[in-house]
Design a protein around this ligand. Structure first.
Ligand code: ATP
Ligand code: MG
Length: 184
């Protein structure tokens, strides 16, 4: 497992990814990092570089930075004790006209408000219902459930073997001709 927080910062992020992933059309990277907000910028920059390198359109790059950031912040805020180790996995499968991306974050479930996968599914239903019923513009829009609902194809929760929570998102992006030109 690679430590995200010990990557050589003098190296360009894209160069790092090229070294870690032999085949840019089929990437699978597993990282560990200390559960601390000080690592969040590093993670955002990493997702930005990874998605750019595989030729993802800008709108989707930004969305993945946001969603990953949200999953990571939640793992730190609710799931893992400070100084615990979180895990993040990225998978990208690239074909000529589509890019499939998966992101998975695992916390340790030892902090202030850990949850099981079942509790997360219930919470998701409750929060979406509140939002739909009220349409209250003051409700914080950054909710993981709202972002993922409008953005990714799938959002899964799973209990990890180490008693933590695994949050997983998945999106299949269909590339348009102008996206391919942007990459070329
Ligand atoms: N990794 C996690 N472990 C435990 N609970 C979680 C986890 N991720 C999300 N949650 C629960 O899901 C709720 C919704 O998360 P979400 O990120 O959408 O909102 P928030 O964290 O409350 O607010 P914001 O992200 O806008 O600051 C959280 O309030 C929390 O109860
Ligand atoms: Mg949050």
């Amino acid at each position: 497992m690679i430590r995200l927080d010990s990557l050589d910062l003098s190296l360009d992020k894209k160069e790092h990814i090229r070294r870690l992933a032999a085949d840019l059309t089929n990437i699978h990277l597993d990282f560990e990092y200390v559960s601390d907000f000080k690592n969040t910028k590093e993670l955002r920059d990493f997702v930005s570089a990874l998605t750019e390198l595989v030729g993802m359109p800008k709108m989707w790059r930004n969305r993945f930075v946001l969603v990953t950031d949200e999953m990571n912040n939640n793992a730190i805020e609710y799931g893992s004790r400070p100084e615990d180790t979180n895990r993040i996995t990225f998978k990208v499968i690239k074909r000529w006209k589509n890019i499939k991306m998966f992101v998975e974050v695992e916390d340790t479930g030892r902090w202030k408000a850990p949850k099981t996968a079942d509790q997360m599914y219930k919470l998701k239903d409750e929060k979406l219902k509140i939002w739909f019923d009220s349409r209250d513009i003051w409700i914080r829009w950054r909710w993981l459930f709202l972002i993922t609902r409008g953005t990714v194809d799938k959002l899964y929760f799973e209990d990890s073997e180490k008693w933590g929570l695994i949050v997983w998102v998945e999106k299949d992006i269909i590339l348009e001709d102008w996206d391919l030109q942007e990459v070329a």
